[in-house]
Design a protein around this ligand. Sequence first.
Ligand SMILES: C[S@@+](CC[C@H](N)C(=O)[O-])C[C@H]1O[C@@H](n2cnc3c(N)ncnc32)[C@H](O)[C@@H]1O
Length: 206
Amino acid sequence: MPEHYFTEQPSSERERHPVDLRLRGHDVTVVTEGGVFSHQRVDLGTRVLLREAPELPARGDFLDLGCGWGAVALAMALDSPEATVWAVDVNERAIALTADNAAALGLDGVRVLRPEAVPEDVEFSVIWSNPPIRVGKPALHALLLAWLPRLAVGGAAYLVVQRNLGADSLHAWLVGALADVPDRHYGVSRLGSAKGYRVLEVERRS
Ligand SMILES: C[S@@+](CC[C@H](N)C(=O)[O-])C[C@H]1O[C@@H](n2cnc3c(N)ncnc32)[C@H](O)[C@@H]1O
C-alpha cells in the first residue's frame, strides 16, 4: 500500500528531483520528492485552480491550505511578490520542499509552517487550496471550518475539488456550515468547472 500524501513523516525513499514547470505563466524549476502529493508534476486539479482563480491583490496575507511541495503558494508569491503567503501542511517533507523552493526562487514573502504555528490573529484576504479530500469527510470539514472563518471581510477562498470526489456535496455542506458561523456572512458559489473539477468560491461579505 502506498503511503497517504498527508502522512506527517513519510517513510518512502528520500530523493529530491528537479521539475521544470509553468505556474500561472511563470517558468520555474522546483524540487520535489516522493512522499508528497503529485510529486512528478502539477496536479490536474491544481492546474484548474491556478487557471480559474482570479487575479490576486498586490499585497496582503494569503493562505495556501495544504501546500504540498508548493505549487499554489509559489504561484501566489510569483504573481504577488509583495504579499505574505502563508503555506501550511502537516507533511514534514512538504514543508521542507515548499520552504526550499520559495528560497531558491527568491520569494521572501512565503512563510511555510505547520498549521498550528500560524499566529491566531492573522486574517487572510485570499485562500487558495486543493484540499486534502482523502483525509475523509469529518476531518475535511473540521479543516475547512478552522480556516475559512479566518477570511478577512471582503476576502475570498477558492477551493478545487474533483466532481467524483464530492465537489457538489461539499458545496452544499459549505453553504449550510458557513451560515451557522455567528456574526459573519458568506457567499458560496461555483466559480468554474473543468476537466472533472469544480472551483468553489467562498466570499466573506461581512
Ligand atoms: C491535495 S494535496 C495539495 C498539495 C498542493 N497544494 C498541490 O496543489 O500540489 C493536499 C495537501 O494537504 C495536506 N494536509 C493534509 N491534512 C492537512 C491539515 N490538517 N492541515 C494542512 N494541510 C493538510 C496534505 O499533506 C497535502 O499536502
